[in-house]
Design a protein around this ligand. Structure first.
Ligand code: GRF
Length: 224
């Protein structure tokens, strides 16, 4: 590292499943689109595809099976200890299907981000695509947000919209939303690592300017 150069950020990614968002972050790091290294991937489940993706990229992975803990608090406390051991600058929830305790979140608040497959604040929780289709929504999408103790309730950073098509199924819509997730998550990770975004007192700042409560709206490259 030359003098004056910022050190590369350290990221820890938490997963529970397929890890396609993890893959988008791995790719972006490898292509130098994110100035960071992934120190570890942590999964609360064994034998998930995301662990294979970590192995293929030579990233250390750890499974912390939540069934091995008597309480949510005990699991979260251990998880927090393991994460802290990597002294990460950024913790990315990428399909991590566990509700985190307030104590856990408060420990990492401001450097903990999540991606949710809806245009928050619409449809926090599960089955977002089915709910959007049943409500007759014309648009769906995904949101990257800072994590606060309220489930899917932290302030939004970046959202991307996807049209809901006639006769759409929740699987088809989910696949189209996932494609756009893979664009917005690396974008936000890079903004964070560059120091362009941050959260203070529950308000998100981008380049020092407070952003809209709904977050910034992503414009796909192809539309430029
Ligand atoms: C994504 O739809 C993400 O928005 C949600 O969980 C899913 C994870 O998918 N939080 P993957 O494991 O990244 O493929």
């Amino acid at each position: 590292m030359t003098e004056g150069q910022k050190p590369t950020s350290k990221i820890v990614v938490l997963i529970s499943g397929s890890g396609s968002n993890l893959q988008s972050i791995i790719n972006a790091c490898e292509e130098n689109n994110i100035d960071a290294q992934i120190s570890a991937v942590i999964s609360n489940k064994y034998n998930v595809k995301g662990l294979d993706r970590a192995a293929a990229a030579n990233i250390p992975s750890i499974v912390i099976d939540h069934h091995a803990f008597e309480t949510r608090q005990a699991f979260d406390q251990y998880l927090a200890e393991v994460i802290s051991g990597f002294t990460p600058d950024l913790i990315i929830l990428a399909g991590f299907m566990r509700i985190l305790t307030e104590e856990f979140v408060n420990q990492f608040v401001g450097k903990l981000i999540n991606i949710h497959p809806s245009l928050l604040p619409a449809y926090p929780g599960l089955n977002t695509h089915q709910r959007a289709i049943e409500a007759g929504d014309r648009t769906a999408g995904a949101t990257v947000h800072f994590v606060t103790p309220e489930l899917d309730g932290g302030p939004s950073i970046l959202r991307a919209q996807v049209a809901v098509l006639e006769n759409d199924t929740s699987d088809a819509l989910a696949a189209r939303v996932l494609t756009i997730e893979h664009q917005i998550y690396p974008t936000v990770a890079q903004w964070f690592c560059e120091g362009r975004i941050g959260m203070k007192d529950g308000i998100v700042f981008f380049d020092g300017v407070q952003i809209d409560k709904l977050g910034l709206l992503f414009t796909p490259q192809s539309e430029h």
